[in-house]
Design a protein around this ligand. Structure first.
Ligand SMILES: [Zn+2]
Length: 240
């Protein structure tokens, strides 16, 4: 069954294409693209297998260096220290980098092999396995929350945003990185875009739809970083 558009609440869709039996539609009101009807959960979690995290682990040194760059950018622009939560943290590279640069850093990840690696190899005690909502973090407890290439995987966006709002401290920052449907380098024929991944990437934002979703939950845009690659990197603030 079709779901309502999580950004504008409507059922006004045009069908764009079908890939691996999944129907990709665009909301004609707000322009969000999504798989609708959504794939069932057993299919969309099937991609979080051990191979998925091994691919990251092979690139560990390079990944750690890149993540340190992301943490330093956050420090230069917004928050120098405090509590950082990386949602969908994979093997914990962002958590490790944030911790090395002075944050009290936490992570949550669905894939058990990645979490084991974070704890056994990177010695991270604060990386937990499971859904964000199941961790019951304290309200208003994080100064920074990051979701790098995660939000497009999450089935219930409004439930996620409610939880992010609850656990973020007043004045805190959320950084979201996700593929950009509206980027000039994104192919016109969207069925050929490499980010189109049936059962895995459920939602496809442009900067307007991502900002509208966060505004619905009382965040405001603090900074939208210009990107050469077809990705969005937007920082949202919860009012103080
Ligand atoms: Zn919509």
């Amino acid at each position: 069954m079709q779901i309502a558009c999580p950004v504008c609440g409507g059922f006004n869709y045009e069908q764009l294409f079908i890939k691996r039996d999944e129907i990709f539609v665009r909301c004609t009101v707000c322009t969000l693209m999504l798989i609708n009807p959504p794939p069932d959960l057993s299919q969309s979690t099937a991609t979080y297998d051990e191979d998925y995290s091994h691919a990251y682990i092979r690139k560990a040194p390079k990944k750690l260096k890149r993540c340190a760059g992301w943490v330093r950018r956050m420090q230069r622009r917004f928050v120098r220290s405090g509590k950082w939560l990386d949602v969908g943290c994979s093997a914990g590279f962002v958590v490790k980098a944030a911790s090395d640069l002075g944050f009290d850093a936490y992570g949550v990840e669905l894939e058990p092999a990645a979490v084991r690696w974070a704890s056994d190899v990177l010695n991270l005690a604060n990386v937990r396995c499971g859904l964000l909502e199941a961790q019951r973090y304290d309200s208003a407890s994080f100064d920074v929350i990051s979701l790098y290439d995660v939000i497009e995987h999450v089935p219930d966006l409004n439930r996620l945003l409610d939880e992010l709002y609850r656990i973020l401290a007043p004045g805190g920052i959320i950084e979201i990185r996700t593929p950009d449907l509206g980027h000039w380098r994104t192919p016109r024929d969207l069925s050929k875009w490499k980010e189109v991944k049936p059962s895995e990437h459920l939602y496809y934002f442009n900067s307007a739809t991502l900002q509208k979703l966060f505004e619905l939950h009382d965040f405001r845009t603090a900074y939208a970083r210009p990107m050469f690659n077809p990705a969005l990197d937007i920082y949202f603030r919860k009012s103080a």
